[in-house]
Structures are given as structure tokens and as C-alpha cells.
Design a protein around this ligand. Structure first.
Ligand SMILES: Cc1cc2nc3c(=O)[nH]c(=O)nc-3n(C[C@H](O)[C@H](O)[C@H](O)COP(=O)(O)OP(=O)(O)OC[C@H]3O[C@@H](n4cnc5c(N)ncnc54)[C@H](O)[C@@H]3O)c2cc1C
Length: 375
């Protein structure tokens, strides 16, 4: 499947309110504005802010590790088109290594998705990794699948570019906190993209959503070995740990290491929660596998929120005839956000036919959580 990278929505003059100017709400708003709708994007905090899930300097874009390529292909096309339009890099191709033991069923499943679609992917044995990446240390019994097309999205610039384009098309960004969906009766349609705050507006989802405080750490790289400019790739681990890393390309000379998870935390009270045990796990990983980093302590610590769905897949669906919701992107929603925004815009306008088949909208339906569920 090769979906049309253009906006597939029919023209609309609807008045639409999108709640939440994170990356999901911003893309939904842009798609709606491209279709001619009169769109108001409502955000509770002054922009840019660091209290949700879309802030920061980088996000990994990977083909390896996903089971569906349709939403990724469409999204990469849109990111690259936006990059061309603004004349500044949004995507830096670095390649991506995903570590695991040879024959690991999950890694094989991910590799087969690419092989079946005639996409490049390569298995590297331990000796080959040691030769190609002498700054990494993995003991025997580890290998890695290499995806040459993975790379880094420059997150803060992506968010700004989407919002700027939305405003250029006549979209309005308004600051204020929506307390309840019933406040929005003056709009024809509503899209809820409230990230970790979603269950406040859609209480029926509360039982299925959890919000985690995720530690983000940066480590001095005195040798300069772990930078995107020197050809170092993104590193993932399919099974053995929940830790992953993004090569230095943002804070100069600092490799970014993340824990895929963290302690449960209310998004409005997150600064009272400690993620120290998770930082310790990252520290052990850095010491063992990235020995040339200054591994005593992270040089910079930041935090971010994950919104996890009970079954690991997001919800992209309608709550009623006029209201769509997108939430629960569980730590991996940035890369797909152009496709997710298109789906939400189509659902809000009642133009389900605009969603390409390869986007597998059925997988993200509310019904799968609880048949007949009406939040
Ligand atoms: C540390 C970290 C690393 C990640 N790494 C990757 C990665 O490598 N690759 C990848 O693809 N994805 C990654 N992700 C996931 C990705 O960043 C998120 O899935 C995505 O940013 C979610 O965006 P969102 O718009 O749903 O949520 P948010 O960015 O949280 O946006 C929701 C917005 O809604 C606003 N809001 C909420 N309630 C209201 C209200 N009532 N009224 C008005 N405004 C409201 C909030 O203030 C917020 O701005 C990562 C996430 C984190 C935290």
C-alpha cells in the first residue's frame, strides 16, 4: 500500500475545536485547516511548554519495531514535505540498531515485516557490531538488527513547524483549560487530544489509561564517538531491557538515554514523584554498554509523560457523531502523528473513507477495549 501523502479529506466548512496543542492535536488541527475547516486549537499552557509529552529536542523514527508500515510511510512523507517547506531539517537519518539474542522471536517478527515489504534490514552478529561500532560493548550472545532508514525527528522544531503551518492556513490557537466537553457546544465538531490529561475530559477511559513519569538523561561524550554526525545510530533493545538511546545531535556532545516507562504519576503533580530507580537502571546500562561515555552521572536530567493504554495500542476513534479522541500513544506516538492527525480529522468530520485502508483504523477502535463501550 502506498497511501497518498496528500491530505485526503474532502472540503469542509465545519467549525472544529481541537483540545491540546501537543503533536497529535497540532497535526489533527493542521489536517482540518488544510481541508478548509474553521479550526480553534485550545491549549491550557503557554507554548512551547514542557509539561506534556511532545516537548524536547528529539524523537526516534523507526520502521524496525513496527508491525504496520502504512502509517509510517505516510508520516515520513509528510515530515519530509514539511521539512522542504520550512527549509530546515526536521528529520536526520542515522540508522537504528535493535539489540537482542539471535533468533529472538520478537526481533524476527519485526525483521520479517520489513523483509516481506522488500525494505532493507540486516542482522549483525556480535563480531560485526564490535568492528563497526567499537564504542559499543555487548557480550557474546547479543546481536542486532540494523534498520538503515531509522532516524531522528527534531521534535521541538517539528511541533513548531506544524503549528506555524496551521496558523498560516488561518487556524487559531487559543489558551485556556477546557474543563468539560459540554463547554464546546458552539463548535460543530470536537477532537480531544489531551495526552496525559485525557481521562479528565473522557472519564470512561480512566480505567484503561495510566500516566507515567519518564526520565530522560543526557551523558557527556568526551570522545565524540556517539554523535549522529559521526554516523552513530539510534540504539534500541527488543527484549533485554527497556532502555534506548539517541545519538548526540541536540545538546552538543551529549548522548540521550531513555527508560521506556517510569513510575505512575498524575501529570499535575509529577514533580513530587522520583524516577531515580529508573535513572539507576539507565546508569548501569550506560556503564556496561557505552563505556566511552562519562558514566558516573547523567549531565542533564529531564522528564516527560507517557500515556499508556491497558493493551499497549492507542485509541483513535469517535466518542459520538461529532467528537473524536486520540490518546494512549504509549511512548511511541510522535513518528506516526501526521497519520494519526489525518485519522482524527477524518473521524471528526465523518469522512471515514478518507482514512487509507493501510492505516488499520480497526486496531485503534474503542470497541476493542470493551465491546459497545461509550465513554
Ligand atoms: C521521553 C519520551 C520519549 C519519547 N520517545 C518517542 C520516540 O522516540 N518516538 C516516538 O514516535 N514517540 C516517542 N514518544 C511519544 C510521543 O512523544 C508521544 O506519544 C506524543 O508526544 C503524544 O502527544 P500528545 O499530543 O498525545 O500529548 P501531549 O504532548 O501531552 O499533548 C497534550 C496537550 O493537551 C493539553 N491539554 C490537556 N488537557 C487540556 C485541556 N483540558 N484544555 C486545554 N489543553 C489541554 C496539554 O497541555 C498538552 O499540551 C516519547 C515520549 C516521551 C515522553
Amino acid at each position: 500500500m502506498s497511501p497518498n501523502p496528500e491530505n485526503t479529506l474532502k472540503r469542509s466548512s465545519a467549525q472544529v475545536c481541537v483540545i491540546g496543542a501537543g503533536i497529535i492535536g497540532s497535526w489533527a488541527a493542521l489536517h482540518l485547516a488544510e481541508a478548509g475547516a474553521r479550526v480553534t486549537l485550545i491549549e491550557q499552557f503557554p507554548l512551547p511548554h514542557t509539561r506534556g509529552s511532545s516537548h524536547g529536542l528529539s524523537r526516534a523514527f523507526r520502521f524496525l519495531g513496527e508491525l504496520e508500515l502504512g502509517r509510517l510511510d505516510y508520516s515520513l512523507d509528510r515530515w519530509l514535505a514539511l521539512q522542504q517547506a520550512i527549509g530546515e531539517p526536521l528529520f536526520v537519518k542515522t540508522g537504528l540498531l535493535n539489540f537482542g539474542p539471535p533468533g529472538d522471536p520478537e526481533l524476527e517478527r519485526f525483521m520479517n515485516v520489513l523483509l516481506d515489504a522488500d525494505r532493507p534490514v540486516q542482522w549483525l552478529e556480535n563480531e560485526k557490531i564490535a568492528k563497526r561500532y567499537p564504542m559499543l560493548h555487548y557480550s557474546e550472545g547479543w546481536g542486532a538488527a540494523f534498520d538503515p532508514n531509522g532516524g531522528i525527528l527534531i521534535a521541538h522544531r517539528c511541533l513548531n513547524a506544524v503549528q506555524s503551518r496551521f496558523v498560516e492556513l488561518g487556524g487559531k490557537i487559543v489558551f485556556g483549560c477546557v474543563e468539560s466537553l459540554t463547554e464546546l457546544q458552539s463548535f460543530d465538531r470536537t477532537v480531544v487530544c489531551a495526552g496525559p490529561w485525557t481521562s479528565r475530559l473522557v472519564p470512561g477511559l480512566k480505567a484503561h489509561l495510566s500516566t507515567l513519569l519518564t526520565p530522560v538523561t543526557y551523558w557527556h561524550d568526551p570522545s565524540g564517538s556517539y554523535s549522529a554526525s559521526s554516523g552513530f545510530p539510534i540504539i534500541f533493545n527488543a527484549r533485554l531491557t527497556d532502555i534506548y538511546g539517541i545519538p548526540a545531535c541536540e545538546y552538543p556532545g551529549m548522548m540521550k538515554m531513555l527508560y521506556h516507562g517510569g513510575p505512575e504519576s498524575d501529570p499535575d503533580r509529577r514533580d513530587s514523584v522520583s524516577s531515580e530507580p529508573y535513572v539507576d537502571k539507565v546508569k548501569r546500562y550506560v556503564r556496561e554498554h557505552l563505556p566511552l561515555l562519562d558514566h558516573e552521572q547523567p549531565a542533564i536530567r529531564e522528564t516527560c509523560m507517557y500515556t499508556m493504554m491497558s493493551d499497549g495500542s492507542p485509541v483513535i476513534d469517535r466518542l459520538d457523531d461529532n467528537t473524536a479522541v486520540g490518546c494512549g500513544f504509549s511512548g511511541s506516538g510522535f513518528k506516526h502523528s501526521p497519520a494519526t492527525g489525518l485519522m482524527l480529522a477524518a473521524l471528526a468530520l465523518g469522512q471515514d473513507e478518507a482514512i487509507p485502508d493501510g492505516f488499520r483504523a480497526d486496531r485503534y477502535a474503542l470497541d476493542r477495549l470493551q465491546p459497545g463501550m461509550t465513554p
